[in-house]
Write a protein that binds this ligand. Structure first.
Ligand SMILES: *[C@@H]1O[C@H](CO)[C@@H](O)[C@H](O)[C@H]1NC(C)=O
Ligand SMILES: *[C@@H]1O[C@H](CO)[C@@H](O)[C@H](O)[C@H]1NC(C)=O
Ligand SMILES: *[C@@H]1O[C@H](CO)[C@@H](O)[C@H](O)[C@H]1NC(C)=O
Ligand SMILES: *[C@@H]1O[C@H](CO)[C@@H](O)[C@H](O)[C@H]1NC(C)=O
Ligand SMILES: *[C@@H]1O[C@H](CO)[C@@H](O)[C@H](O)[C@H]1NC(C)=O
Ligand SMILES: *[C@@H]1O[C@H](CO)[C@@H](O)[C@H](O)[C@H]1NC(C)=O
Ligand SMILES: *[C@@H]1O[C@H](CO)[C@@H](O)[C@H](O)[C@H]1NC(C)=O
Ligand SMILES: *[C@@H]1O[C@H](CO)[C@@H](O)[C@H](O)[C@H]1NC(C)=O
Ligand SMILES: *[C@@H]1O[C@H](CO)[C@@H](O)[C@H](O)[C@H]1NC(C)=O
Ligand SMILES: *[C@@H]1O[C@H](CO)[C@@H](O)[C@H](O)[C@H]1NC(C)=O
Ligand SMILES: CC(=O)N[C@H]1CO[C@H](CO)[C@@H](O)[C@@H]1O
Length: 827
């Protein structure tokens, strides 16, 4: 997903002499990798290889949150900045910090930002309480140059007045530590009425000076969904650090940008309703100071989506009287447990690959946010697991869940439970859940591909993992059959899809409402979602349904217009009227080569393009379950190969967004030329990813991008909703994936691996192309793909022999395609 309301980002004028984060971050990571390479120890601290700042830049919009979090933490402490900063933090040193806050998402493209509630900003108020700079504009400050720091479980930032802010966290709570320059009286402003999207819809704040506690909370608006939707959030700030700190003054304040700057010393209560006239955000909160000019101040923070009482209880339960160091150590241990599920041969892997891989694996467990027992609205008191920020399924079905499949079925099952519970409570599975609210649907019901991914790979364990497959299937069939009255946030426009066997353009729909755009891409996505239902029907032995949904999964063909020509290539996906006539648009529209920069390519209401956030050039490759037939539609193996080369070399590939993830770099596998995919994936990685702040080509999108890179580095590529993974060419000579639920460990060894192959182009004579694949001593039936059931499920050894010779084909079947007899039976 790209930020569809994205305004022009402020052109920052950055000198080369100063930047963020601190250069020490990379120095520390490089030293840790170098030390691990020398010691050759098996006892490796993988957290030391993680760079949380990758994707926090302000040119590629990675929108990554580098904040302190535990795996899948609800709390992610970071500093909120002015300007375009959807995750709160941005590394752009020309932006100003306005406070640190506990709630954030990571990688979302929402241009207004998401969360950022309950910000606290340390202040120096030399002339006393009434002169404190409480309002947003008055309190924002630059950072100290080259000083931001973060690693798993820890975040810190130092303001230009030398006040340092640090944070560490648990799932629903955390500690903030502030260090003041010697001798200054510490003041803090706490914000009630501001979050990143400026969506305050009313709330209250109470100061209990006796107990040194501030409870705060209210209602706020969706960051990527209907503006009329509100969610509730609460926090509990304990100010006394178990009695070691003494409050001096306290009170409340309100302000605006036009001169309102009122403070109420000694007042303890605010109760504000939504400001219905709109305009600039209403500003309000608490202000307090400490006795005795302590150099350090610690604030304990609990958050909840249920109540202030629960926010306080969460802090008591998860933090209690633990020290900053104790919480940080516990967080680090949780990260080590997640990161060590994938162990590589660090000694012989290029350091940048190690850093990219562990930073990607880190973000692959950073989101979605585990808000179990913190439910509201339709989900209040649910007995299911509950995850927030499924942001969005359209982004994550492709690589995020297929990676989780390899090593984390327990976590995967919990998230599948949250998808099924969405169907139970709201009628359809969630598509995009942002701030506990249904967000905008981008394609159709991509959650179908997520729960199907789980079902086909773990149906034997589903029951033990708490998933009822019959219920999972009922949820799928609802998505596939029941048209919601309004399909902008859930489900699909399945009534007209079923009537016409594609989603027609300009169709009379008398029974439901939604944004009638993206007819080409919606048809393609609905068809692949139908394949997901087909796959689960097959697991459950529902023969009639298998046939029915197999048929529907071929409907992608109904938007193929064989007459359209672009750059000499014939046949493109196009939108179509209900009478069958195609409505042709230029396949170049909405591609990087589109010369009309004002064209609206996302969720806007006009009908210029039939494709979502991409072009027909790109979407014409999209039939992941039936690529073999696509090859035929495009005119056969040679044309397909030429066309795929032209797609990349002619400038149509868009590394920064999801539609290009799928299929294209590995498309050559389907025409039996896997070595071409090896070259192309090297091209994609080397030219688009790196270890610096601009090291992602676009929004991380709840780690969709991170897991894409993870697969590329491991030399695998998933076919979603199946048990298959294509074999490409690992960037590391050896890795082991541990599945602690199945009690299996699988080691992939790349014989003849050369670090010189981590380059584009791969130099002549350097081995990188797959010559043979052996699974537990037995030659694999194909060099091009493996089945989860034969490999990572059972554990053991996979040997991949690579060669410099670009002549080896699949040596057996090419990856499967449904209409050519593929996916014929469930494993
Ligand atoms: C590292 O240790 C392994 C065995 O644990 C050994 O085979 C390998 O040669 C060692 N590598 C280096 C660079 O010392
Ligand atoms: C950061 O460095 C720049 C360039 O050297 C300088 O202009 C600026 O004042 C510095 N900012 C701070 C907060 O020290
Ligand atoms: C806030 O004020 C509203 C009415 O304006 C009242 O209904 C509500 O109970 C008050 N809430 C608190 C916590 O004081
Ligand atoms: C959830 O449980 C709480 C506490 O028992 C109760 O006050 C609330 O009404 C329940 N909410 C719903 C929607 O059932
Ligand atoms: C989510 O939180 C619940 C409640 O603490 C816990 O049982 C579950 O294991 C957590 N899941 C993940 C994936 O962190
Ligand atoms: C599936 O399509 C085939 C061929 O068009 C047709 O014969 C069959 O009746 C269809 N099956 C179902 C269940 O729709
Ligand atoms: C189908 O409908 C479109 C839009 O109304 C129209 O332009 C086109 O001529 C129609 N095609 C046929 C074959 O009637
Ligand atoms: C195209 O490639 C596929 C996969 O290798 C192969 O089965 C097929 O025979 C090829 N077609 C032609 C016309 O060469
Ligand atoms: C590693 O990444 C850094 C930072 O992006 C880059 O400058 C350097 O060239 C990379 N090194 C290699 C060997 O790719
Ligand atoms: C994995 O091992 C644990 C501990 O030995 C055991 O309790 C569990 O049943 C095993 N799980 C499987 C799927 O074999
Ligand atoms: C911008 C655009 O392409 N608008 C078209 C939408 O569809 C109607 C009906 O075909 C056209 O008349 C518009 O030009």
């Amino acid at each position: 997903m790209v930020g569809w309301l994205l305004a022009s980002a402020a052109a920052a004028c950055i000198g080369s002499t100063y930047a963020q984060p601190s250069p020490e971050v990379q120095v520390r990571i490089s030293a840790a990798i170098a030390a691990a390479q020398v010691s050759n120890s098996t006892d490796i601290d993988y957290t030391a290889f993680v760079n949380p700042f990758i994707g926090t830049d302000y040119t590629n919009y990675g929108d990554v949150c580098p904040g302190a979090s535990v795996p899948f933490g609800m709390v992610k402490f970071t500093t909120d900045f002015t300007g375009y900063a959807p995750a709160g933090y941005i590394s752009d040193p020309s932006q100003k910090a306005r406070g640190m806050s506990p709630l954030h998402d990571s990688g979302t493209g929402s241009s207004l930002g998401t969360y950022g509630n309950f910000e606290v900003m340390p202040l120096l108020c030399p002339s006393g309480f009434d002169t404190c700079t409480t309002t947003l504009a008055a309190r924002e400050r630059y950072r100290k140059n080259d000083s931001d720091d973060a690693y798993p479980g820890y975040f810190s930032l130092t303001l230009d007045n030398d006040i340092k802010m640090e944070a560490t966290s648990t799932r629903r709570a955390g500690l903030e530590r502030f260090t003041f320059p010697g001798g200054a009286k510490p003041y803090f402003v706490l914000d009630l009425a501001n979050d990143l999207p400026a969506s305050f819809a009313g709330g209250t704040l109470d100061i209990d000076p006796e107990n040194g506690r501030i409870t705060i909370g209210g209602h706020y608006g969706s960051s990527f969904g209907p503006g009329s939707y509100n969610y509730q959030a609460f926090a509990c700030y304990d100010l006394l650090n178990s009695g070691t700190q003494r409050l001096s003054e306290y009170g409340v304040w309100t302000g605006d940008t036009y001169g309102l700057d009122a403070k109420g010393l000694g007042q303890t209560h605010l109760n504000l309703s939504q400001n219905l006239i709109g305009g600039t955000p209403y500003q309000s909160g608490a202000l307090f100071s400490y006795e005795g000019n302590p150099e350090k101040v610690i604030l304990r923070v609990g958050v909840s989506f249920v109540s202030t009482d629960q926010a306080c209880a969460n802090a008591e339960e998860e933090i209690g009287t633990s020290s900053f160091e104790e919480i940080q150590k516990a967080s680090k241990a949780l990260w080590q447990e997640k990161l060590s599920k994938v162990e590589i041969d660090v000694v012989n892997t290029p350091p940048n690959v190690t850093e990219m891989l562990y930073s990607s694996l880190y973000r692959a467990s950073l989101t979605p946010n585990n808000a179990t027992l913190e439910t509201q609205g339709a989900f209040a008191n649910t007995t299911s697991f509950y995850f927030d920020s499924l942001y969005c399924s359209w982004d994550t079905f492709r690589t995020f869940y297929p990676l989780m499949t390899l090593h984390s079925p327990v976590e995967f099952a919990q998230i599948v439970d949250t998808y099924i519970d969405g169907w139970r409570k709201l009628g359809w599975m969630p598509e995009c859940r942002a701030n506990h609210l249904p967000g905008w649907t981008q394609g159709g019901s991509s959650g179908d591909n997520i729960v199907a991914q789980f079902a086909v790979n773990y149906h034997n364990e589903a029951q033990a993992l708490g998933i009822d497959l019959d219920e999972l299937y009922a949820a799928l069939v609802t998505d596939g059959q029941v048209n919601p009255p309004e399909w902008n946030t859930m489900g699909r426009q399945v009534n007209v899809y079923k009537q016409f066997s594609y989603v027609p353009f300009a169709v009379l729909d008398t029974g439901s409402t939604g944004r009638q755009t993206r007819e080409g891409s919606r048809t393609l996505e609905y068809a692949f979602e139908d394949f997901a239902i087909r796959q689960v029907a097959q697991v459950l032995g529902k023969t009639d349904d298998v046939e029915y949904y197999t048929n529907r999964s071929y409907w992608y063909r109904n938007v193929w217009d064989a007459t359209v020509d672009s750059d000499g290539y014939q046949g493109f996906m196009q939108k179509r009227f209900s009478n069958g006539t195609f409505y042709n648009t230029d396949p170049v529209d909405c591609s990087p080569k589109d010369t009309r920069s004002s064209r609206e390519c996302s969720l806007q209401e006009d009908n210029q393009s039939g494709f979502y956030e991409s072009s027909s050039w790109e979407y014409s490759w999209y039939a992941p379950h039936d690529t073999g037939h696509l090859v035929e539609l495009m005119g056969g193996n040679t044309t397909f190969t030429d066309r795929l080369d032209h797609f990349f070399e002619g400038g149509y590939y868009l590394a920064g967004n999801e539609p290009s993830f799928q299929q294209t770099p590995i498309g050559y596998h389907y025409v039996n030329q896997p070595w071409r995919s090896v070259d192309r994936v090297r091209d994609v990685v080397i030219n688009n990813f790196n270890i610096d702040i601009a090291g992602l080509p676009g929004n991380d999108d709840q780690a969709a991008m991170a897991t894409l890179l993870g697969f590329h580095l491991l030399g695998l590529y998933p076919v979603p909703s199946t048990t298959h993974y294509l074999i490409v060419s690992p960037f590391t000579p050896k890795y082991t994936i541990h599945n602690t639920y199945l009690n299996t460990s699988t080691t992939v060894t790349v014989t003849n691996y050369s670090p010189a192959s981590v380059a584009y182009p791969i130099p002549d004579g350097v081995p990188a192309y797959v010559k043979s694949v052996t699974i537990n001593g037995v030659p694999a039936k194909s060099r091009c793909y493996i089945d989860f059931y034969d490999t990572f499920r059972v554990g053991g050894e996979i040997e991949i022999v690579v060669t410099e010779d670009k002549t080896y084909d699949c040596g057996g079947p090419v990856p499967e395609s449904l209409s050519m007899g593929g996916f014929a039976s469930a494993r």
